[in-house]
Each structure stands twice: as C-alpha cells, then as structure tokens.
Design a protein around this ligand. Structure first.
Ligand code: AMP
Length: 408
C-alpha cells in the first residue's frame, strides 16, 4: 500500500511486550475524555512536501517605518529583529490604528501577537496608568508569551502589564495589579475570579483582544468570557483572533464586535510544506520500540511528540529519557512552573524531545521543530493540521510521522 512505511519496522520484530516498560495502561488516568475520536483515513497523514521555493512569498505593502509608531517602539521592533511586517501585521495594523474592530483569521506562527500588540502599545503610550487593555488567551503559556512580547515592545515606554493566569500564586498578581498596569493579559478563569473579587476594574477598558477564540470555545471558556465582556464598556475596540470560523464563532463575533474588518491569512500551507508519512505498528509497545529506535537517529534534532493522555505522555517521556534520549513532558497534571521549565529546556535545546498532549501544546510558540511525531493519532483532522503546523515553519522544511495500526 502506498502509505506503508516500514523503514523502522524491522527492528525487534515479534514480542510487542518484550523488554522495556509496558505502555498498555496508558489510557487509564488520562484525564477527561473529549468527544469520540473521528476516524481519519491514513492516506490523509501522507504528503510529499511542496518545496518552499514554489511558494508565493507574501509581498508586504508596508514597511515597519510606514507605521506611525513612536521612535522608541520602532527601536524595540528593530531590536526584536523584525524587518518586514508579516501578512497579518501588514493587513491589520492600519485598521487597528484607526480604532476599528477586527477579525483576524490567523494561526500561531503568523505573527498575530505583534499584529495586535504593536498598534495598541502605540496608542497606549503616554496614557495614565490604569487598566485599559484586556487580552484574553486560552492557555497560560500563550498568555505568558503575549506578556513577554509585550514587555519587549513596551520597553522604555512607561507601559506595564499584569499576567493573570491560573496555576500560580495570586499574590504576585495582586501586587502587579496594585501598580495599575495599562495591560491585563490572562486566561479566562483567573481573570474572572479577580474581576469578581474587584481586583480588576473594567470600567475604563477601551480595548479587548480575544486570542485563539476558537480554542477558548473548545476549552469551555465561553461562559467566563461572556461574563468578562459583559462587564466591559460597550464603547471599546475589540480584536478577535481565531484560526477557524464556525457558526458558533460567527455568533460570538456578532455579539462582541461592531462593524469589524476581516483579515484572513489562514493558509492550508502548513501541511503542504511538511513531509508526512505514516508508520505502522502492532500495538502501543511496538510503537514505543519503534519510536525509541527512530529517535536514536541523528536527524531527529528537535522533536515534538504528541500523545493522547497525560499519563501516557509522562510515561513515554520518562521511557525515552531512561533510554538515553533526553526528553521532557508537558501535560495538564504538571503545574505551571514545571511546564514552563520543560518548555524552556526544549526551546533552549537542552533536551531533544518534548512529549505533549494537544491541550498543553496549544498556542505554544516553539520554533524550528525538525519533526512532529503523532504517537497517538489526533482526535480529528483539524488537530492534526494544528499539530504538524509546528514543524516546517518560516522557511524551514519539516517532517511529520503518524503511527497507525498495521493495515491489512
Ligand atoms: P505569533 O504568530 O505571534 O506567535 O509569532 C510567531 C513568531 O514569529 C514569534 O516568534 C515572533 O517573534 C515572530 N515574528 C512575528 N512577527 C515577525 C516579523 N515581522 N518578522 C520576523 N519575525 C516575526
């Protein structure tokens, strides 16, 4: 069959459960089960990468110098090494500067964070300290990444932020809020909590950003978001980012935004540039054997492995680590500082392998991943595209392997 890949199949044929630890129980204790998995035909996991050279390069209409930003903001952009605006930046910054509401259809990796931060930072420059900008993101890591970018862009501009996320102590957040920062960046649950406890006033808010709105809906944050938004002034600018537009998302747009401009930079691209193959395995133990063998190969420089359950992800990572393949895991059973540490070790290339669940990996900006490996198949095709979009970014070509059951 065209999609068989037996390259790694020869090793240790037979005894699926011989040697190593048993991964048979990995489904247990794996946390919440979402909706039933959708069947995806294995042929959808196969693709020969389209060469990047064939791609039409986006021609930006603006240079950063064209935007009416302060000299200091221009300096901060240059310091980050940005030379030309990305498509989403090119197309949304002018409208955001004009004060329009905006729907940005863009996934991670497109530069959407700077697309909304830069014009807001410009507008807030010189304002009194008082919370006026609310940025809501689905995960703690994403909120933190937005905050980090904010700090770089806002350096020297007397603009401050408070990062309000769950899983960490509230004391420092309360201290940050006392300084009345202009920017509140956070995840829905903790934000709502501190708003209800009257630590975050909403009455002077002028700008709301909802980042990865589709993910926030998937994660069940809609009621919290509604409560937060309902407490904000009606006269405000709302910027809404999502990778997809479903009827539910459209309904949200209709209630939260006024006369919005839409900018779409969504591309089916990501998967086009990723060489995708499948690897057949008999069972879980066989997958572990094949994966361990594979990762001993030298081209596997920076590998993101996706597993289905928190428990399975941790065991797999421990097994790899014990087999001499430096590996860390991120999943919902780890607290915030453990996740942060794992992510940093992977980003700094101190470990070669990061094993993650979909939820834990959502929204993370992990550059230069050489391979994405779907140890467990994703829940649906959209998640698949999202997973493999982590490799083959920004001019680099990437590879994705998906483990499937042996086809007869
Ligand atoms: P994002 O989609 O916002 O998560 O951004 C993805 C990555 O692209 C981040 O590492 C950004 O720092 C980087 N980036 C954003 N805009 C630009 C730009 N105009 N030029 C170069 N890199 C950028």
């Amino acid at each position: 069959m065209a999609y068989q890949q037996r390259r790694f199949g020869g090793s240790n044929a037979g005894g699926g459960s011989r040697g190593g630890s048993s991964f048979g129980g990995a489904r247990r204790g794996g946390g919440s089960r979402g909706p039933a998995k959708k069947y995806i035909h294995p042929s959808k996991f196969i693709n020969k990468a389209v060469a990047k050279a064939d791609e039409v390069v986006y021609e930006s209409k603006h240079k950063f110098a064209d935007f009416a930003f302060s000299a200091r903001l221009h300096e901060n952009i240059a310091k980050k090494g940005y030379i030309t605006p990305s498509a989403i930046q090119d197309q949304s910054i002018p409208s955001i500067l004009e004060g329009k509401d905006l729907i940005g259809l863009a996934n991670t990796g497109t530069g959407k964070t700077a697309a909304f931060l830069l014009p807001i930072v410009e507008r807030e420059t010189g304002t009194q300290t008082s919370p006026t900008v609310m940025i809501i993101a689905p995960t703690r890591e994403l909120a933190q990444q937005i905050d980090e970018q904010f700090r770089e862009f806002a350096a020297g501009l007397n603009l401050y932020s408070a990062l309000i996320v769950g899983g960490v102590s509230v004391d420092r957040q309360l201290r940050d809020l006392k300084r009345r920062p202009q920017f509140i960046i956070g995840t829905p649950g903790r934000l709502k909590d501190l708003i209800n406890r009257r630590y975050i006033p909403l009455d002077r808010m002028t700008t709301l950003v909802l980042d990865e709105a589709d993910r926030m809906l998937d994660m069940g944050f809609l009621p919290d978001i509604r409560d937060i938004v309902n407490g904000m002034p009606v006269e405000r600018q709302t910027l809404f980012f999502s990778a997809t537009i479903t009827p539910e998302i459209q309904a949200l747009v209709n209630t939260f935004l006024k006369d919005p401009v839409t900018v779409s930079v969504r591309t089916s691209e990501t998967s086009e540039h990723v060489e995708q193959t499948v690897i057949e395995a008999r069972d879980k133990n066989h997958k572990v054997e094949l994966l361990t063998e594979m990762l001993k190969g030298t081209d596997y420089e920076k590998v993101l492995v996706f597993g289905e359950t928190k428990f399975g992800v941790q065991r797999l990572s421990d097994h790899l680590d014990n087999s001499g393949i430096p590996s860390v895991a991120i999943h919902g059973n780890k607290n915030q500082s453990q996740r942060q540490r794992a992510l940093k070790q992977f980003k700094d290339e101190r470990v070669r392998v990061l094993v993650a669940t979909d939820v834990a990996a959502r929204g993370l900006d992990i550059p230069n991943v050489s391979h994405v490996i779907n140890f467990d198949t994703p829940q649906n095709y959209e998640d698949y595209v999202h997973r493999i979009g982590r490799t083959g970014r920004a001019g680099a070509s990437g590879k994705a392997h998906t483990f499937i059951d042996i086809q007869r």
